[in-house]
Design a protein around this ligand. Structure first.
Ligand code: ADP
Ligand code: MG
Length: 377
């Protein structure tokens, strides 16, 4: 069992200072709109991933009346009880501590895994490639510290290489300077692509299972990693192809002042019944696919680590039809990590189906104004 026992948020979004103690299994946050339900989930996600699921700017998270935010959580597992804190002052840097010792940003999402579901997940299917790259980067980093390190290295190399492309306009001189950066880009880039392809294959199997369940096997889904680099399975050959392609793109890259090939340009295609879902699927199919992807993400993490991630469900029930709701409840029952659900409307009939004791918090104007423990039977 892995769960968040307690949470403290200071100067975070619309919270001045709030402490809460959670139920190890199920927690329901209720309240009218814009009271601070999602903000609590956001702070929990932030403790794990060191990034929000709503914004890339830490600045936005600081309470308008405050100069900093501070989040503290106690994560409990059979073998540990750790206190994680995240503190951010205007102009940063972000400070993460685990049991009062400084820890690295992004360094512990494997140990304190948290996965958020929100109506925005639909974007994974609907929007452009960058959002799917973010999805796979997050999932891969949660599964492997090695991937995370490669990703950081790659991003550093990419920034440096783009700078060189922008600053050098004489071809012969550029060729001399850029050569080692080509090599570094290819080595880190190919490693990322290889890892992503592996994860996509494992995810696909899971997605097919969950998608099949939700559509009574009437529809099928498949995933395909679509690289900007020639698609070969042998790493050395991929590196060679990548290197060759970089050379042929040289003129264009010089003109654009940026790197046009590599994992930062790749995409994941999601097909439903053989058609690219981004262009051809209905809203309902897209929603089901997004939900199945998230379930797959959690299930894969469990297979590899034998830990059920904490699940955050932000307002998702309001968007779902009955069948998706039941499937999601079923998933939560069987993949039993700690779960947090926000809702503006009474969800008692649904909670009844979960058949678990839970704690219900009423949120108003950035405070928890009531909490009660309940049983469903
Ligand atoms: N940085 C901030 N400082 C103060 N209030 C904020 C900040 N960011 C958002 N809010 C407020 O938080 C509220 C929304 O909280 P949220 O958790 O999204 O609501 P909901 O209960 O609907 O999920 C809004 O009233 C918004 O104005
Ligand atoms: Mg909300």
């Amino acid at each position: 069992m892995f769960y968040l026992e307690g949470l403290q948020v200071d100067g975070f979004r619309n919270y001045q200072s709030q402490k809460v103690r959670f139920n190890p299994h199920l927690n329901i946050l209720v309240g009218a709109n814009a009271q601070g339900k999602t903000n609590i989930l956001e702070s929990i996600f932030y403790l794990s991933v060191n990034r929000s699921f709503r914004t890339n700017r830490d600045q936005d998270l600081i309470n308008w009346e405050s100069g900093y935010f501070f989040i503290k959580g106690n994560f409990v597992r059979d073998d540990f009880k750790n206190t994680v804190t995240a503190g951010y002052k205007k102009q940063g840097p972000l400070k993460i501590n685990v049991n009062s010792s400084p820890a690295k940003k992004y360094g512990h999402m494997q140990y304190y895994p948290v996965v958020a579901f929100s109506p925005d997940d639909l974007q994974i299917i609907k929007e452009g490639p960058s959002i799917r790259r973010r999805f796979i980067n997050l999932e891969a980093s949660r599964l492997s510290t090695n991937y995370l390190q490669n990703l950081k290295d790659y991003q550093r190399i990419l920034r440096q290489r783009n700078k060189i492309l922008k600053e050098n306009h004489v071809r012969a001189k550029l060729e001399r300077i850029i050569e080692p950066w080509d090599r570094a880009l290819v080595i880190k880039g190919a490693a990322l692509i290889e890892e992503r392809k592996k994860i996509i294959r494992s995810l696909e199997e899971k997605v097919q299972f969950f998608f099949g369940k939700m559509t009574s096997s009437m529809e099928n889904i498949s995933l395909q990693y679509k690289s900007s680099v020639k698609d070969v399975d042998i790493l050395e050959l991929m590196q060679e192809g990548f290197m060759d392609d970089l050379k042929t793109k040289r003129d264009q890259e010089m003109r654009m002042g940026s790197t046009l090939l590599g994992p930062h340009r790749d995409d994941i295609k999601i097909f439903i019944n053989g058609y690219d879902s981004r262009s051809y699927s209905s809203q309902g199919q897209k929603r089901t696919a997004a939900l199945a992807l998230k379930m797959a993400e959690i299930s894969l993490f469990y297979d590899r680590n034998r830990v059920h991630p904490i699940i955050l469900l932000d307002d998702v029930f309001s968007e779902f039809d009955e069948s998706r709701k039941l499937n999601l409840l079923d998933f939560i029952r069987n993949n039993g990590g700690q779960c947090f659900i926000t809702s503006a409307v009474n969800q008692d009939p649904l909670l009844h189906k979960l058949n678990r004791p839970y704690k219900m918090f009423t949120i108003s104007h950035g405070s928890v104004i009531n909490e009660e423990s309940r049983t469903t039977n």
